[in-house]
Every structure is written in structure tokens, then in C-alpha cells.
Ligand binder design. Structure first.
Ligand SMILES: *Cc1c(COP(=O)(O)O)cnc(C)c1O
Length: 814
């Protein structure tokens, strides 16, 4: 967008205070991710959950000069647009902007797959049309308008995802955005608590296509088929999905991995190389194919484009670098949008200085003078200490850059200069087009090169949290359990990420886990599930909130509270025993509990209990009896207390299976990692951890020779063995040796042979095409974490929490 303040006020019928001639190109609503203050207006969004008003001071401090607000502020140096309703303001502006653009548009809605399909479509179409898309998964009542405002004159195609969480919202969304092409993805059976039935949900979603000419829809859901034909029989409807009745479906055997996938597209047969063959991926490929055909992409181009998707790794990784630098590596793609996203991202790190390594921006249809003027303007605002330009094109515009700037013709020249050795204690952002192979720079800067890593995808965790939220009422709070080093993933890193995404509570097992989080700057409320007696002083000193599970603990904690000189009502959490028989108050103790509470300077922040079997369908009756006891005893206590603490009982499986009993808060754990024993739920979650290593050596073992300690494996014919640098000291149980477990190498499962050693184990790779240095998956793809846990004869929780701290954790964010 590009409007003056006055134009914006006219479009949205708002008042102006200050200078109306200022141009606005961006609207920011999140004070944490402002990457540019020039031409940016901050919109203080007021919703039921949050008010942007309280961030106004901090954005002004960052340099924002224009704000859009419902309440005028007292500051004459700031331009203000005064609106009656911040959300409606945004929607009105977006509607005007969209309707005055000349763009061909694709609108994607459904329960799952919106974001991945949008990203795939973008990957496939951005070279054919100048394309704009929703950033990340911006699809809400606020996200959609913000996405639409990204449309510029040059754009020919827009791909936007549209989400709803409540009835009636889609009418609103359609009012501002009317896509030419509609795409309805999979509709999940687990619908949000706000819809009374699946039918209601489908009706609502389909409203988006009121003005579309053509609709692609996943027709594996019969209810969808029925409703879409009722509503839109006069439109061009194209069905896709795994059922053979669909216009686009698969005809080959997907389990036969020797064959490519054959797809029937009306009367045509199209063969595509697709490696990942889970239902969701295959269904998404069918939708993608349909739209590419509709946009007249040739079959050979489609094949090439879909094949290239395999390589998608759209992500930013952060790695500890040498000389105490932090390396943010994004060497996948480079365009203006991804540059903006990277700039938002580096703002989140606390290092005093930052530097940028940036290459030519390839395959852009823009005039290079204009492009680099825009790039440099953005770069200049970030105030980098040093800027390193790699590539002849960008180097030609050297003068545009205001930081201390160095130029190089190519990556090797940059490496040879050794100039990077002068940087220490900074964030270094590596941003390059693929051709420049700047990952070579990353390798030089990396502190420790680890062959064995536990890779944690933070975006997958966010997806999983949001998925669980979609099963709950919007006002239900969420506590994330980050005990035991956040199930082995890294308690600080996970907590920091969750705090950024406004998790309501964090849960740890012991006080020292909470103390560590506080020391590193986590300010979210933290509940300590098992506050040990010796740690009460630390609990109080670090403002942690204890679980009180017995009269003894209450007395002892109160003594410490008095000693500490505490003046305020200290927040505590009361645990009720309802059938788990671990910790908690029983019904006959409640009167005494209440009497004691009345004499103490404490406030019961919440009352909760824990379900023992929410993941066991056969124990439904027992689970309901636990809930009933909780309902009764918590009510009893609340009546006596005379105020209403939060109540909570559901863990992850509870959220999926018993969402009717969500009370005021839920406690998510394994679900955020992407695991669930409920298959339907598991399908909708994303894997967030993978444990990987590489092959150290390959040996030929002759008939009769043995492998490993105690000669437990003897070759029955000549075979090839790979040694990998992971053993029981890394947390791999010794029992997975001797052909019990497998690892994945080049997409094949290969058995672990002989005894597992302390730091190594040997793999039979006779059936896999393997060389030294090849990557090895311990879990999570092939095998999955669940499969690996079965080899270990245990549950996913134990496998994760057993991974040794010496295994390097790497965190990935999109
Ligand atoms: C660990 C824990 C949870 C989370 O359990 P998941 O099964 O991982 O969801 C919830 N509540 C309490 C009290 C816990 O200790």
C-alpha cells in the first residue's frame, strides 16, 4: 500500500491529528516485530484479549511517528489517525485496497493445509506471475486485512489464506476479500468449540467463495460435497482427494515406492515424483496440481516445479558462532519479503551489535536501481554495524548503504578476505540467494560442528499449540509444561519462544528449573509443581508460584513466606487429588485447608487436578469420574473461599479428548511437541523434533566376522556396516541394539546390529546405498519418534527426556 494519512482517513472515515501529507506504506500492529519506522503507522488494535494501546509509548520510542488509535494520546509530535474501532478500520482499509487493485486472486480456507498450500503455490507460481501472499499464517480477522495491504501495483497474483474461529466471521472476511479462485482444503472433524456442528463449520467456510468463479475442494468429506453442491451448483466446481470419484485423484499404488505417483486429472494421466506419501501431503499435491493446471502451467513445468518442492526448507536457523557471535542463517531464498521477515526476526536477539551479509537479489522483475534503493533503505534502518555485500550487482549500489560497507564479487572472495574474523559478540545475519552458496560462510562461522544434533522446529511447536487452541474456547488460558528441560528440548529456548507468543503460564517440576528461567529473563508466571522444602526461599525470591498439595506443605511454605517479609497476597495453586494418587488434597481435608488459607497472606491463583488416563479410551468412565470429583471438590472450596480462582484439569490428551472440561485453563505438554496417541489428532500435528547424526565410517564385514562388544553380531554373509557416533551415553537405550531398533539412512530403515556402545553404534547398511558422511535419522521421520519409542519399549516422553545434554540442540524458526 502507499497512501497519505489524509487518504487513509478519507477511506476509513477517521479523524486526523497532525500532518496528513505523510505517506504510509506499512501498518504495524505488533510492537515486537517493527523492522522499519519510516512510512510505518502503528495500529493499536483493541480486541477482547488485548489492547495495543499499552504499546504506544514503546513504538514511539522505536521511532514510529504515526499511530492509529481509538483513544487520542497527548503528544503533539506524533501524527494520529483516530478511529472508532481499530479492527474495523483495518478491514475497511484492506477492502478498499483490495478492490482497487487489479489482481487475480486465490483464496484458501479449510481446517488444515492452508499455509502449506499457500507456500507451495507461491513457490510454483512466483516465477510465472509477480505474486504476493499472506505472510506466515496471517489469516484471521486481523491477519487477512494486513496481508491484503501488502498488495502493490506491480502484483499480478495474490495468494491469501483465510481462517475463522467463530460463526459469522467468514461473511466479514468475504466482504473485504473476494477471491477469483477458491480452494477449500481438508475439513477436520475436530472442529472448534465455537461451532455447533461440522455442517455449520462447512457452511461458514464456504461463504468465502460467494463471488468466486471456480472452486477447488477436497471432496473426501461427503458433507462438504453435499453442501457445496447445494450452495454453488452454478459455479465451476473441481473436486480433488484420495477417493476415486474425484475429478483429481491418484490411480497408482502409493505404497509401492518403486513407482512415481500417477494422478488422474479429468481424462488426463499425469505422473509426478513425490517422495512423501502421507495422506495429507498427497491430498495437498492434488490441490496444487489442480490450480497449476487451471493457471495453464504445462505438464512438464508442473513436474519440475513439484519436484523442486522437495528441496523446500524455508527457514531461518540460529547457530552459536565462534567469537561469541550468533549466526542467523537464511540461505534458502532472497527477496524483499523474506528480507523483511529476517529483519523482524533478528530484533528478537539481545546482542548489542549486528552485521549483515547480503548477496545479489536474483530473479526479481524489478528494475535494479529501484530494487536496491528499497533494499538499502530497509537495511539502513536496521543500523547494522557492518554490511558485507556479495555479488557484482548489489556491490554496484554500494553507496546506498550507510553502515560501514564492504563489497565482494563472490562468496569465495569474501571468505578469502578473512574480514569476518574481525567480528565478535554480534548477531550476524546471513541472507543470500542460493546461487551464492553462503552456507560456506556459515560453516566457517559455526562454533561447534556437530554431527549429532537434536533439531527443534519452533514453528511446528507454535502450530501444535495453535491447533490445540483451536479445540478450545478463545478465552481459555494455556499453560505450557516445560518441566524436565521442556521434555528434553531446552527449557529456556522453548520458554522464551512461548513467552514471545503470549503463553499464559509456564509449568516446571522443581524450583531450580524456574529460577534458571527467571535468571535468563523469562517473566511469564511460572508454577512449580513440586516445590521441595529446601527451595521455598528461592520460590519466593524469584516470584515462582508453588503447587500446594498438602497441609504440611502449606504450613511450611507459609512459614517461609512470613520469614521473607512478604507483604502481598502470594499466589499459590491448590492441587486436588481425584484419582491419580500422586499428590493433592482429598475431600475430607478441604475444610481444614480453607481455615488455614483464611489465616494466611496468600491468594489461591488456581485450583487444579491431573488426569491419569485421558489418553486411554477404555478409561473414559474413570476419567469422567475424576472430572466429577474435581468439579465437586473445587466448587466446595471456591464456595468457602468466596472468590474464584482459575480451574484446570486437562493435559494434552485431555484437550483432544475431553475439551468439554477445559474450565479456565489447560496444561499442554507432549501435544506441543507434536505427539498424540489419538491418530486423528496426531495427523494434524507437526513433528517438532528430530534427532540426527551422520555416518562416521563404512566397513565391509566378511562372512563369519563379528561386530561390536561381546561379538553379539556375526555376519552370515559379506555385508556392509556403518558406524554412527551416537551411543547409550547420548540417551539411546542399550536395548535397541541387536536388531531391535532401526535408524533411517537415505530414506531406508536400517537395523542396529551388535551391542550399542557408549558413544557409537553399528548399523547394517547392506540394503541402503550409503556413503561416509551421509545423514542418519534416529527419529523423527523414518523412523518416527513413536516408532523409535516402540523399539525402546517405552513412551515418547521417556525417549525425549533421556537424550543427553551433550547432544547439541538446534532451534529453527521460519
Ligand atoms: C507434565 C504435566 C502435564 C502435561 O502432560 P502431557 O501429557 O505432556 O500433556 C500436565 N499437567 C501436569 C500436572 C503435569 O505434570
Amino acid at each position: 500500500m502507499n497512501y497519505t494519512i489524509k487518504e487513509i482517513a478519507d477511506i476509513t472515515n477517521s479523524e486526523i491529528i497532525g500532518n496528513g501529507e505523510i505517506k504510509i506504506k506499512n501498518i504495524a500492529f505488533d510492537s515486537r516485530t517493527i523492522y522499519s519506522t519510516k512510512h510505518t503507522a502503528f495500529l493499536a488494535i483493541n480486541t477482547k484479549k488485548n489492547s495495543g494501546q499499552k504499546y504506544i509509548d514503546s513504538v514511539i520510542e522505536k521511532g514510529i511517528e504515526t499511530i492509529i488509535t481509538e483513544n487520542q494520546i497527548d503528544n503533539s509530535s506524533i501524527n494520529q489517525i483516530i478511529t472508532k474501532n481499530s479492527v474495523e478500520f483495518l478491514q475497511t482499509l484492506a477492502k478498499y485496497h483490495f478492490e482497487n487493485s487489479n489482481i487475480n486472486s486465490i483464496g484458501i480456507t479449510g481446517s488444515n493445509g492452508k499455509t502449506i498450500l499457500k507456500e507451495w503455490l507461491y513457490q510454483c507460481l512466483a516465477n510465472e506471475f509477480v505474486t504476493v501472499k499472506s505472510p506466515k499464517s496471517f489469516n484471521s480477522q486481523i491477519g487477512l486485512p494486513l496481508s491484503l495491504l501488502q498488495i502493490e501495483k506491480k502484483h499480478e497474483l495474490g495468494i491469501f489464506e483465510v481462517g475463522i474461529s467463530k460463526p459469522e466471521e467468514m461473511k466479514n472476511q468475504e466482504n473485504i476479500f473476494h477471491p477469483n479462485i477458491g480452494l477449500l482444503t481438508h475439513i477436520g472433524t475436530a472442529h472448534s468449540a465455537n461451532f455447533s456442528s461440522e455442517e455449520e463449520l462447512i457452511y461458514e467456510k464456504l461463504k468465502l467463495f460467494k463471488n468466486s468463479e471456480i472452486i477447488f475442494y477436497n471432496a473426501d468429506n461427503l458433507l462438504t460435497v453435499k453442501i457445496i453442491n447445494q450452495l454453488y451448483s452454478s459455479k465451476k466446481l473441481i473436486s480433488y482427494g484420495l477417493e476415486i470419484s474425484n475429478d483429481i485423484h491418484i490411480i497408482s499404488d502409493v505404497n509401492d515406492r518403486t513407482q512415481d505417483i500417477q494422478i488422474k486429472y479429468f481424462d488426463e494421466i499425469i505422473t509426478l515424483p513425490i517422495f512423501q506419501r502421507d495422506e495429507a501431503t498427497l491430498t495437498n499435491v492434488l490441490a496444487l496440481l489442480g490450480i497449476l493446471k487451471e493457471l495453464k502451467i504445462s505438464n512438464s513445468d508442473i513436474k519440475e516445479k513439484i519436484d523442486a518442492l522437495k528441496a523446500i526448507e524455508m527457514r531461518l536457523e540460529s547457530i552459536e558462532g565462534i567469537r561469541n557471535n550468533l549466526i542467523i542463517n537464511d540461505s534458502y531464498n532472497l527477496d524483499l519479503d523474506s528480507l523483511k521477515i529476517a529483519f523482524q526476526f533478528i530484533g528478537e536477539y539481545n546482542k548489542p551489535k549486528k552485521s549483515l551479509i547480503l548477496t545479489d537479489i536474483l530473479d526479481s522483475s524489478e528494475n535494479s536501481q529501484e530494487l536496491y534503493a528499497e533494499v538499502s533503505e530497509l537495511v539502513n534502518e536496521q543500523k547494522f554495524d557492518k554490511v558485507f555485500l556479495i555479488g557484482e550487482e548489489i556491490s554496484a549500489f554500494y553507496e546506498f548503504f550507510k553502515s560501514e560497507t564492504f563489497t565482494f564479487n563472490n562468496t569465495n572472495q569474501f571468505i578469502d578476505s578473512k574480514i569476518i574474523n574481525e567480528i565478535e559478540n554480534q548477531v550476524i545475519l546471513l541472507k543470500g540467494a542460493r546461487k551464492f552458496e553462503i552456507e560456506k560462510i556459515k560453516e566457517i562461522l559455526e562454533l561447534r560442528k556437530h554431527d549429532t544434533v537434536l533439531e527443534i522446529n519452533l514453528n511446528a511447536i507454535l502450530h501444535n499449540i495453535n491447533f490445540h487452541k483451536s479445540l478450545l474456547k478463545p478465552e481459555t488460558k494455556m499453560m505450557a509444561m516445560v518441566k524436565a528441560n521442556a521434555y528434553g528440548l531446552g527449557s529456556y529456548e522453548i520458554s522464551e519462544f512461548l513467552q514471545l507468543h503470549h503463553i499464559d503460564y509456564l509449568g516446571v517440576a522443581f524450583a531450580d528449573e524456574g529460577v534458571e528461567l527467571r535468571k535468563k529473563g523469562i517473566t511469564t508466571p511460572i508454577i512449580v509443581m513440586n516445590p521441595e522444602q529446601h527451595s521455598y526461599d528461592a520460590v519466593i525470591e524469584y516470584n515462582l508460584e508453588p503447587e500446594i498439595y498438602s497441609l504440611r506443605v502449606l504450613e511450611l511454605f507459609n512459614e517461609q513466606l512470613i520469614k521473607s517479609g512478604n507483604q502481598q497476597k502470594y499466589p499459590i495453586h491448590i492441587k486436588l487429588e481425584t484419582g491419580m494418587h500422586r499428590l493433592g488434597f482429598k475431600d475430607f481435608e478441604l475444610d481444614e485447608l480453607n481455615e488455614k488459607l483464611n489465616t494466611m497472606n496468600v491468594k489461591v491463583q488456581s485450583i487444579f487436578s491431573h488426569l491419569s488416563s485421558s489418553d486411554v479410551p477404555e478409561e473414559k468412565e474413570f476419567t469422567l469420574s475424576q472430572i466429577k470429583t474435581f468439579e465437586k471438590n473445587s466448587n466446595y472450596l471456591i464456595n468457602q473461599l468466596g472468590y474464584k480462582p482459575l480451574r484446570h484439569i486437562l493435559n494434552s490428551a485431555g484437550i483432544s479428548n475431553y475439551s468439554d472440561y477445559q474450565y479456565d485453563m489447560v496444561r499442554i505438554g507432549i501435544g506441543m511437541i507434536g505427539e498424540s496417541s489419538n491418530k486423528k489428532i496426531k495427523k494434524q500435528l507437526q513433528d517438532s523434533v528430530s534427532f540426527k547424526t551422520v555416518v562416521s565410517q563404512i566397513s565391509e564385514v566378511k562372512y563369519g566376522e563379528s561386530v561390536g562388544y561381546s561379538r553379539k553380531f556375526k555376519a552370515e554373509h559379506d555385508i556392509k556396516i556403518a558406524t554412527i557416533p551416537v551411543g547409550y551415553a547420548d540417551g539411546i537405550p542399550r536395548m535397541v541394539g541387536n536388531n531391535v531398533g532401526n535408524v533411517g539412512i537415505n530414506k531406508k530403515l536400517c537395523p542396529i546390529v551388535g551391542n550399542v556402545c557408549m558413544d557409537m553404534m553399528m548399523i547394517n547398511v547392506d540394503n541402503a546405498n550409503v556413503k561416509e558422511g551421509d545423514s542418519v535419522v534416529i527419529f523423527n521421520s523414518h523412523p518416527t519418534l513413536e516408532e523409535f519409542s516402540k523399539y525402546c519399549n517405552t513412551i515418547t516422553y521417556e525417549v525425549l527426556t533421556s537424550i543427553s545434554p551433550r547432544v547439541k540442540r538446534i532451534y529453527i524458526k521460519n
